[in-house]
Write a protein that binds this ligand. Structure first.
Ligand SMILES: Nc1ncnc2c1ncn2[C@@H]1O[C@H](COP(=O)(O)OP(=O)(O)O)[C@@H](O)[C@H]1O
Ligand SMILES: CC(C)(COP(=O)(O)O)[C@@H](O)C(=O)NCCC(=O)O
Length: 306
């Protein structure tokens, strides 16, 4: 069997050692910010895994900005800022949103890219009334449940330097698109695009979401760990967000722990696990970098495409 591999492969220790050349201490304020993103995040994880990753991305952004300047000098035009776009893919509940918010905070600490925008693709899901009409409520997160062309158009506008773009907002509380609310992205230095579908390609579109990406991550973990994280998140939300009468899942607040685990497992198996195998896992090989997590979200291996 060929020993050739398209990846540089790092275990955690080797990856963390890459930081030794560029000590990147976190300030107290930055540590507080990170805890605000997710209480569970270990600072050791940030310093050994995510700080070296942001240093790598910073080097790529610098090179990309130099390339844009070279193109402008060839064209004899003023160098216009071209946003650097990073995609983050992976299963539901694998930790994409947490990783995205972490990278957004860490990347914004570099002088040459302070403005880091973050878009989640769940804002491009069709609204529930449309999904109901199409019989797609049990396909939420599958390719057909998204207005992919709208997502492609948005990312294309950002890449083209459109100053202000409006992004639809999905509420996990209401489990639906918020009809009258938008998020505004204003000419970012970096735009992070996070969602299960960001590396997918399909027959309908000649242009794919990932065609606009300068860098991409796939957050990977053992399916059993991800299922456990999904159920744990469901149980936590049952005691918190679901308590609100506005919550789509308010109906489950009186479930016993066993009933809640059963319901979460049923949703996981019927929808998210099926989607993972059919549409998400097959996109892992398209990512520039794969973060392979062990149990408890600790990154154990990093695979960087050559
Ligand atoms: N690095 C991490 N350390 C600890 N817990 C994490 C980490 N990343 C995610 N989690 C937890 O795992 C669950 C899923 O994370 P989330 O970011 O919501 O995933 P996704 O956006 O992929 O659905 C959440 O309960 C979150 O708190
Ligand atoms: C909105 C999602 C499709 C994708 O979420 P993401 O992982 O991209 O944050 C997912 O959270 C979802 O709602 N899936 C449907 C089944 C479920 O309720 O988990």
């Amino acid at each position: 069997m060929s020993s050739y591999t398209p990846y540089f492969e790092f275990n955690r220790k080797k990856w963390a050692s890459l930081r030794n050349h560029t000590p990147l201490p976190l300030t107290e304020e930055e540590l507080d910010n990170l805890k605000g993103i997710n209480e569970e995040i270990s600072i050791q994880e940030v310093e050994e895994v995510y700080l070296p990753l942001t240093r790598l991305i910073n080097l790529h952004v610098e090179a990309s900005q130099q390339l844009n300047t070279a193109t402008s000098s060839f064209l004899k035009t003023d160098a216009k800022k071209v946003p650097y776009i990073i995609g983050i893919a992976g299963s539901v509940a694998v930790g994409k949103s947490t990783t995205a918010r972490l990278l957004q905070t860490l990347l914004s600490r570099w002088d040459n890219h302070r403005n880091v925008g973050l878009v989640t693709t769940d804002g491009f899901l069709y609204p529930n009334d449309l999904l109901e009409e199409k019989g797609l409520m049990k396909r939420k997160g599958f390719p057909e449940s998204y207005d992919t062309q709208k997502l492609i158009n948005l990312i294309g506008d950002v890449k083209a330097g459109k100053n202000k773009v409006e992004v639809p907002i999905y509420s996990h509380l209401k489990y639906d698109i918020l009809p009258n609310e938008v998020q505004t992205i204003c000419n970012p230095d970096i735009l992070i695009v996070e969602g299960v579908n960001v590396l997918q390609v399909d027959k309908e579109n000649q242009v794919f979401v990932s065609d606009f990406f300068d860098f991409s991550l796939y957050v990977d973990a053992d399916v059993n760990d991800i299922e456990r994280w999904y159920v744990e998140r469901f149980l936590l939300l049952q005691k918190t967000a679901f308590q609100s009468p506005e919550s789509y899942f308010h109906r489950y607040i009186d479930f016993s722990k066993e009933q809640a685990i059963k319901k979460a497992t049923q949703i996981w198996e019927e929808i998210n696990l099926k989607n993972l195998h059919e549409n998400i896992l097959p996109t892992k090989g398209r990512a520039k970098l794969v973060l392979k997590k062990g149990s408890e979200h600790k990154v154990e291996n990093i695979f960087l495409q050559k």
